[in-house]
Ligand binder design. Structure first.
Ligand SMILES: Cc1cc2nc3c(=O)[nH]c(=O)nc-3n(C[C@H](O)[C@H](O)[C@H](O)COP(=O)(O)O)c2cc1C
Length: 162
């Protein structure tokens, strides 16, 4: 059961059903370099502010990527393109080398996933612990986009807009 702030319990299945209806774009967030590289799949990327240019996302409290993100940490934001669901699954799997089977390169000192729809280099600005997640806001320093459509996650399945 999930406790609302007022203390009224809400069944977890109900909350999950609502979250499952929220279609999200799928992104791999990267940090570190060389053998210290990290990356994880997220579905919580949000456009936050135009001036200054800010993006936000949320990581679970126990995310290993989260431990590497302090204020000012550089991060790479790879918005995946339609068809890149294998990469999304890999970067959500624990206990494997997520980069081993992935085509990627190092740019701006960060891992960049090949053929992503958007590549953005950002710096962590704020960390805000909320519920079982930590909301991260980031300031964008550099961005590259290409034409195509995004990889979507909806009702526990990958989909595309086409
Ligand atoms: C489509 C999709 C979206 C996800 N979104 C998030 C998310 O927004 N935040 C999060 O913490 N985990 C999310 N996950 C789960 C993480 O990818 C997974 O827990 C991963 O193992 C975390 O890696 P880390 O512990 O190395 O940070 C998502 C997984 C998938 C497949």
């Amino acid at each position: 059961m999930v406790e609302k702030d007022e203390g009224t319990p809400l069944p977890e299945a109900t909350v999950k059903a609502v979250f499952g209806q929220i279609a999200t774009a799928v992104t791999v967030v990267t940090a570190g370099r060389g053998s210290e590289r990290y990356g994880a799949t997220i579905g919580t990327l949000g456009a936050l502010s135009l001036d200054p240019p800010l993006l936000m996302f949320a990581l679970k409290q126990d995310s290993s990527l989260l431990q590497r993100l302090a204020a000012g940490s550089p991060i790479g934001i790879n918005l995946l393109a339609s068809g890149q669901q294998d990469i999304a699954r890999r970067f959500a799997t624990a206990g494997i080398d997520r980069f081993a089977m992935t085509r990627w390169c190092e740019e701006h000192g960060l891992p960049r996933v090949d053929d992503a729809l958007v590549w953005a280099v950002a710096r962590v600005r704020d960390r805000l612990a909320l519920g079982d997640h930590v909301v991260i806001t980031t300031r964008i320093d550099h961005v590259e986009t290409r034409t195509g459509s995004p990889l979507i996650y909806w009702q526990r399945q990958f989909a595309s807009l086409a």
